[in-house]
Design a protein around this ligand. Structure first.
Ligand code: ZN
Length: 269
C-alpha cells in the first residue's frame, strides 16, 4: 500500500477471536453472518502496520507478543507472528526507528519488551498517549502484562526513548499522531500523508468497520464508551472526505476502506 511516497505494510501478530457479545450484550450474529462466519465467531487479526518514510522505519502497534490471552467466549487473543512478518519484509528489530502504540492495551504493546523486560526494539523511540501511561502503567489496579509495565517503568526518566504524547505530534516525515480518546484515555491515531494522499491508522478507535452500520456496537475494551462513540463518529466523517482511507488494528484482513455517503453510509474497500 503506497500513500504517495510512503510505504504502509499491514502485518499481523496473530488472531483475535471475538464473540458477538464482545461488541455489546445486545449484539447477535444474525444479519452479520459475514463477520461471524467462524461458527458464530469473528476471527480478526491482531494488526500492526510497518510505515517506511525517508530513512525511518516506523512500527504502528506492537501486537500482543508470543503469548495468549483467554477471556473465555467473549474474546481470545493469540500472538507471536510479528517478528516473522518483519523478517519477511527485510526488517530486523534493530532496524525499527520508532514504535507507535496507538494505546497501551495488551494487544498493542506486547512486543515492546521480552519476558525479562528487556527492550525488543532497542534503537526505537516509543510513542504513546501520556494519558494511557497514567491509566495503565502508573495504576497497578489496571491490568497489563507485568513485564511490559516493568520495562516501561524502568525506562521512565532515563534516556529519551519514551515519548509520551499529549497533542498532535509529527513523528517522522508524513507521519503525525492525533488524539482519538475514548477506547482508552490516551488513544492515538496515526495520519500518514504524502503527495495529496492520506491514510488513517485507527488502532482501536474503530475496532471494526461494522460500527459504521451499527453505531451502538462498542468494544468491551472501551474505557469511556460514550467518548469512544463520539470519536468513532468524528473519524467516520473524516473517512468520507474522498481523500482519506482508513484501517484499524482489527479490521478484517487489515483492509483499508473509506466511507461512501449516499442512501445511508456505506463502508467501501
Ligand atoms: Zn486491540
Amino acid at each position: 500500500m503506497l500513500i504517495g511516497d510512503i510505504d504502509v505494510l499491514p502485518l499481523t501478530d496473530g488472531t483475535f477471536r471475538a464473540a458477538p457479545e464482545y461488541f455489546g450484550d445486545h449484539v447477535r450474529a444474525e444479519g452479520h453472518e459475514d463477520l461471524f462466519a467462524g461458527d458464530g465467531m469473528a476471527f480478526l487479526p491482531i494488526g500492526c502496520f510497518l510505515v517506511r518514510t525517508g530513512d525511518r522505519t516506523v512500527l504502528v502497534d506492537a501486537g500482543i507478543g508470543p503469548r495468549m490471552r483467554d477471556d473465555g467466549r467473549r474474546r481470545l487473543l493469540i500472538g507471536g507472528q510479528l517478528p516473522l512478518g518483519l523478517r519477511a519484509a527485510g526488517i530486523g528489530p534493530p532496524d525499527v526507528t520508532d514504535v507507535i502504540c496507538t494505546h497501551l492495551h495488551a494487544d498493542h504493546c506486547g512486543w515492546l519488551y521480552d519476558n525479562a523486560a528487556a527492550p525488543v526494539f532497542p534503537g526505537a523511540r516509543i510513542w504513546f498517549g501520556a494519558a494511557d501511561w497514567d491509566h495503565f502503567v502508573a495504576d497497578p489496579g489496571v491490568w497489563m502484562w507485568d513485564h511490559i509495565r516493568e520495562g516501561l517503568r524502568a525506562e521512565a526518566g532515563r534516556g529519551d526513548r519514551l515519548r509520551p504524547v499529549t497533542g498532535d505530534t509529527t513523528v517522522a516525515p508524513g507521519v503525525t499522531l492525533v488524539m482519538t480518546p475514548g477506547h482508552t484515555p490516551g488513544h492515538l491515531s496515526v495520519v500518514v500523508a504524502s503527495r495529496g494522499r492520506r491514510a488513517l491508522l485507527l488502532g482501536d478507535a474503530i475496532v471494526c468497520p461494522v460500527q459504521l452500520d451499527e453505531p451502538t456496537w462498542q468494544s468491551i475494551g472501551d474505557v469511556d464508551p460514550e467518548l469512544a462513540r463520539r470519536t468513532r463518529e468524528r473519524l467516520f466523517r473524516e473517512l468520507e472526505d474522498g481523500a482519506t482511507v482508513g484501517a484499524g488494528a482489527h479490521f478484517p484482513e487489515l483492509r483499508f476502506g473509506r466511507v461512501l455517503v449516499g442512501r445511508g453510509r456505506r463502508w467501501f474497500t
